[in-house]
Structure formats: structure tokens, C-alpha cells
Ligand binder design. Structure first.
Ligand SMILES: [Zn+2]
Length: 408
């Protein structure tokens, strides 16, 4: 949030002095990063600190830290621009400077903000706009990083950042197991298994096909080809699906004070996963978006809401009957229901993803009874992508599904 304030001449010139020296440190730090081919804050700081300290003796030393951080960020985003072919200079320019502050360099209070300079602390008293109070009164905290920029006419522009404190995870009253698959995600809510179609594999293969058509016989260095590839927006589409999915699951868990159970997945695609896709690059891409990125999206969202997440060992989650502990046999040829198997002991039928859900729950320590021989165990309701993407909650999906079934 930007706060603007006009200050007296003495304050302004004390800040101006800081800004000028900060700019010098920043420029040196960027040049150091460029000539040593690094964007790392620690390496840049180690490389320039001593000389900068000599050069700027009375400048509060933390300005050297924050200038190195600033340099590292600028170098990083410059690298990214260069990779995308959008950098029009051979090094990041230092035209505009906003002086970065850390918790040693400034203090916040409602009647004045103090900033360290070469002449001791100076004080500014900005007026706070309405939005400021909205955040301030709603429990948002002011981050320790801030910035200031100097404008004409003795005006200081001060940037404060609001952040939300991460809530502490609660003691869970129940569990929501979530099983990730290449084309769907299954969840157990209110004791009912449901399959949410994500079509991750289908979408990835579809884009792969369109990408091939776009690039066939052409170089991806050509601007026109690159523009067309960007327009495919594969990443955006999949990220949208993931975000929505994470939100639905985490909201449900939060409202019922449940913990989410997920498989602790390996970093790379295990060989048996997505085995029908031969191209290893493509297989890894599907694995990343269907499994690891989806898992990360759920874990991140859960952290934001303070929803506990239990990660369990993924071995045998879909091959052992959760009721009898016997092996579940899936027909090797697949048949018309390749994901449905039969328990060796009880002979009841199970859908692979439902088995996984109950086993995840057991592995997390939930010993509540598993329903035996229900229709849902081998034929769980499946919700199409377009339908759950529009849903407000998992709860409403389960209810709607029941109503549809009753009408049928
Ligand atoms: Zn069984």
C-alpha cells in the first residue's frame, strides 16, 4: 500500500542522501552479479559488502543488505525476461529506485514512521487512507519489509506491505482422504466417495498434439510460432483447475474441522505411473501436473487456512482390501471396467480409487468401519470437470448428485 506525505526540507535531504548512496550500492551489486554470473543474494552480499562498507561509512549497514537483495531480485527478473526474449538491454537498468528497508531500518507506529539515515532517524507522518484501516483493523500485520521513493516537491512515497499471519492448524475432528490420479481426483466426503474428473492427462496430450501441429517444420525461435504457443495457455488452464480443486477440498476440510490425507508422492514419475505414455518427457509433464503440482496446490492452500495435512506412504494403497486386508485382483486385460477389481477373500468388487481412499484413511490412523459391498465402493459417482468447476462447495456437489440419482 502506497502512503504519500510531504516532508520538510531537512528530512527530505536526509532521505535523498540515503537514496543516492543506495543507488550506488545497488549498481555495484548488480555489476558484481553480472560479472560473476550470479543472482544469489548471499553471493552478491559476500562479494560486495566489505568494499561498500568502506565506501559508505556512515550509511546504516543494513542498506547494503537491502540493496544486495534488491540487486538479486532485479537480476533474477532480468534473467527471466532474457529467457523469454523480452530484455531490450544487456543489463538491468537502475533508472527508478525505491529504497528497500528491513526491520532495522524503519519502525512503524500510527503517529509516525521512523527511517534510519546517515544523520540518525527521521520521522514521517503520512495520512492513512481508508483501505489502510480496513486491513489494519482486520488483523492484517505490517510486514517488516518496506520501501520509500522520493518524488518532486519534497514528497515521500512510502510503501507498506500487509501480510496475513498463517493460522495455526487445529486439532482435526475427522479426515478427508484425497487420492490423485492422472485424469481424476477422488475424495471421501460425508462418508461418500466421489470422483472429480480433472482430465489432466487428456488435456496434456491434447495440447501436446496442438503444439506439434503448431511447430511442425518450424523453429520455436520464430516469434509468430512462440506467440501461437503462448496462446495455447496449457499452463493457465491446468493451474486454474488445480487452484479450484484445492480451494474446494480445503474449504470443506476447514468447515468440518477435518485433516486432509494425501499420498506422499515421489518427486519424479515412478515407472509404472502413466505407463501407456511412451515419451518420458511427456510422462513427466503429466505426472507433474496431475500429481505433484496438484499435491502442492492442496498443501499450500491448506497452510493458508490452517488445515492440517497428513502425508502417508503411498505403497499398496489401491491393491489391498480395506475390509479384509486381502489382495484385490484387477483384471490384467482391463475389460470394460479396468479400474474395478475383486477382493480375493470376500469376493466383493472395489473401484481402485475408492480402495485408495479408505486405505489412506486407515494409514492416517482412522479406524472407523469401512462400508462393505455398497454400490459406491465399485461404482463411485463421477462428477464432470465442467460441473465441479462451477460448484460452490464439495458439499453442494454431493447433495446435487444425490438429487440427480433420486430423480433417476
Ligand atoms: Zn475384501
Amino acid at each position: 500500500m502506497k502512503l504519500r506525505v510531504r516532508v520538510d526540507h531537512a528530512t527530505y535531504s536526509a532521505l535523498k542522501e540515503v537514496e543516492e548512496e543506495y543507488r550506488e550500492v545497488l549498481t555495484d551489486a548488480i555489476n558484481y552479479g553480472l560479472s560473476n554470473k550470479t543472482t544469489s543474494f548471499t553471493r552478491i552480499k559476500a562479494g560486495v559488502y566489505r568494499t561498500e562498507r568502506e565506501k559508505h561509512k556512515d550509511l546504516p549497514s543494513h542498506y547494503i543488505y537491502t540493496a544486495c537483495e534488491d540487486a538479486s531480485e532485479r537480476l533474477d527478473s532480468f534473467e527471466k525476461l532474457k529467457k523469454r526474449g523480452r530484455a531490450y538491454t544487456d543489463k538491468p537498468s537502475v533508472r527508478k529506485v525505491a529504497v528497500h528497508l528491513d526491520d532495522h531500518l524503519w519502525r512503524f507506529s500510527l503517529d509516525k514512521i521512523s527511517i534510519s539515515t546517515k544523520r540518525g532517524r527521521v520521522f514521517i507522518s503520512p495520512a492513512f487512507p481508508k483501505v489502510f484501516w480496513r486491513y489494519y483493523n482486520k488483523g492484517w500485520l505490517i510486514a517488516s519489509e518496506a520501501r520509500f521513493r522520493l518524488l518532486k516537491g519534497n514528497v515521500v512515497e512510502f510503501y507498506v506491505v500487509f501480510k496475513k499471519d498463517e493460522p495455526k492448524p487445529y486439532e482435526p475432528k475427522a479426515f478427508i482422504p484425497v487420492d490423485l490420479n492422472e485424469d481424476s481426483v477422488s475424495v471421501l466426503v460425508y462418508g461418500k466417495p466421489i470422483l472429480l474428473e480433472t482430465n489432466t492427462k487428456k488435456i496434456t496430450l491434447g495440447y501436446e498434439y496442438r503444439r506439434k501441429v503448431t511447430t511442425i517444420g518450424k523453429s520455436t525461435k520464430v516469434r509468430e510460432v512462440r506467440r501461437k504457443l503462448r496462446k495455447l495457455r496449457e499452463r493457465d488452464r491446468k493451474a486454474d483447475i488445480r487452484r479450484k480443486l484445492a480451494k474446494l477440498i480445503v474449504k470443506e476440510a476447514f468447515e468440518s474441522k477435518s485433516a486432509i490425507i494425501l499420498e506422499d508422492l515421489p518427486r519424479r514419475a515412478p515407472e509404472h505411473m502413466i505407463e501407456d505414455v511412451k515419451d518420458p518427457q511427456l510422462r513427466l509433464r503429466i505426472y507433474r501436473s496431475a500429481f505433484s503440482s496438484t499435491k502442492n496446490a492442496i498443501v499450500e492452500k491448506a497452510r493458508e487456512f490452517g488445515v492440517p495435512v497428513v502425508l502417508v506412504n503411498p505403497s499398496h494403497t489401491s491393491s489391498i482390501c480395506p475390509v479384509h486386508g486381502a489382495k484385490i485382483v484387477y483384471r490384467p486385460d482391463g475389460g470394460d471396467a479396468p479400474r474395478v477389481g475383486v477382493c480375493e477373500k470376500g469376493k466383493e468388487r472395489w473401484h481402485r480409487d475408492v480402495v485408495a481412499l479408505y486405505n489412506l484413511k486407515k494409514k492416517a490412523g482412522d479406524v472407523s468401519p469401512v462400508p462393505l459391498g455398497s454400490k459406491e465402493s465399485h461404482d463411485p459417482p463421477t462428477v464432470e470437470l465442467g460441473r465441479w468447476l462451477r460448484a460452490k462447495s464439495l458439499h453442494s456437489i454431493v447433495i446435487n448428485h444425490k438429487m440427480i440419482e433420486m430423480r433417476v
